[in-house]
Design a protein around this ligand. Structure first.
Ligand SMILES: *[C@@H]1O[C@H](CO)[C@@H](O)[C@H](O)[C@H]1NC(C)=O
Ligand SMILES: *[C@@H]1O[C@H](CO)[C@@H](O)[C@H](O)[C@H]1NC(C)=O
Length: 365
């Protein structure tokens, strides 16, 4: 085995091996790395590209110590989402204060090539000053809660193109987040999103701008006042001339429910609507009605996307057609309905047709 691996390794340039390895899953890469020393060395940058959890405190410590010891390993890390799985009854507070935070922070500081930083699963509470010396010159994507402690950290990351805020801040924090490259992706609850649009409507250039054809994701959130927000959203999108490539919306239980959509809530500024937690169920009347209603807000929409579609619940003949025809009745411009990443239905000559998956696979973005 050893001889085979070494001789085959010599037969191809490292770049080719890396390309081959990059198509393996993480688990497969780890197995391959155990085959021989040359493979282990070759696979290191791939294996260390992503550091994510949840892991036990023991493993987290090993990972952090390895990165702190070895600048090369630290430079390999592009994606950091390490979190510690805490047993339910653990008394974590002391460990948290004394060990985890200093270790994580001193590790983070070494990640000079970091592109994605994800704090979603971190059990530690980000505290004032903690991230003061962390600078990531190549950071592109940040997933963080926005608050007084993290605002100045975010303001020091002008390179980020993608921002996901997983907590709901109430005050308008945009002036504190500073400027930077235009955001191509923003995931944030509706109120702070509208606050950003208000800044843009006022021509305020001191806050982050949105890139042309950006994607906005509005997460699930219980609210009573979706109708008022829908109207204000349309006014602001119209007023700023914003064009959204994709608007990701909450599921019906959270948004709009059975409330009527005001007839003046209309905007041509959205090309695609994505229900990221909804399955296409053409026989489920409440969701069909909800989607049809939401589509009426977007008179220039061309694509509707569902998160998934389960062939197990294949609808009765005609049910899908009936639902899709209701959608095109409220949104004449709708051409494509997708499930997952594959376009499934397309409207041609006024008729919806299911496109065979393999016909379209890969030909659409
Ligand atoms: C948790 O840690 C605190 C601080 O050391 C201590 O006062 C408390 O008794 C501990 N609780 C348990 C259940 O061990
Ligand atoms: C926004 O513009 C659309 C046309 O694209 C128009 O139908 C709609 O009434 C406008 N909505 C608001 C709230 O200004």
């Amino acid at each position: 085995m050893q001889a085979t691996v070494s001789s085959s390794l010599a037969a191809l340039p490292n770049e080719v091996w890396l390309l081959v390895f990059s198509h393996l899953t993480r688990a497969e890469q780890t197995v391959a790395a155990r085959c021989s020393k040359p493979w282990r060395i070759l696979l290191r940058p791939l294996i260390w590209q992503r550091v994510d959890g949840p892991v036990s405190w023991k493993i987290a410590k090993t990972v952090c110590f390895a990165i702190r010891r070895d600048a090369y390993l630290a430079s390999c890390v592009r994606h950091w989402a390490l979190s510690i799985g805490i047993p339910y009854n653990d008394n974590f507070t002391r460990v948290d204060e004394l060990e985890v935070i200093p270790l994580f922070v001193s590790t983070l500081r070494r990640l000079v090539n970091l592109r994605t930083l994800d704090f979603t699963q971190t059990v530690i509470t980000l505290q004032s000053g903690m991230l003061d010396h962390c600078v990531f010159p190549r950071l592109e994507s940040l997933i963080i809660s926005i608050g007084p402690v993290t605002a100045s950290f975010i303001a020091r990351q002008p390179t980020i193109k993608s921002l996901s805020a997983y907590q709901r801040p109430s005050e308008d924090f945009w002036p504190r987040l500073g400027q930077g490259v235009p955001l191509e992706y923003l995931s944030i609850t509706i109120r702070p999103f509208l606050q950003l649009l208000e800044h843009h409507a006022n021509g305020d250039l001191s806050v982050r701008q949105l890139a042309p054809a950006c994607t906005i994701c509005i997460p699930n959130e219980y609210r009573e006042d979706w109708v008022a927000y829908a109207r204000r959203f349309c006014e602001l999108v119209n007023g700023t001339g914003l064009r959204l490539a994709e608007l990701c919306l909450p599921t019906p239980e959270y948004a709009l429910g059975s409330t009527p959509i005001p007839s003046d809530a209309r905007t041509s500024g959205v090309q695609m609507v994505f229900f990221s937690a909804l399955q296409f169920m053409p026989e489920h009347e409440p969701t069909v009605a909800h989607v049809a209603k939401v589509l009426s807000i977007f008179p220039a929409l061309h694509t509707l996307k569902y998160a998934w579609y389960s062939p197990v619940h294949e609808p009765a003949i005609g049910a899908a057609d009936a639902a899709l025809n209701r959608f095109s009745a409220t949104c004449m411009t709708l051409r494509t309905v997708m499930m997952g990443s594959i376009p499934v239905w397309e409207r041609r000559g006024g008729v919806w047709a299911r496109v065979r998956d393999e016909d379209r696979d890969g030909s659409h973005v």
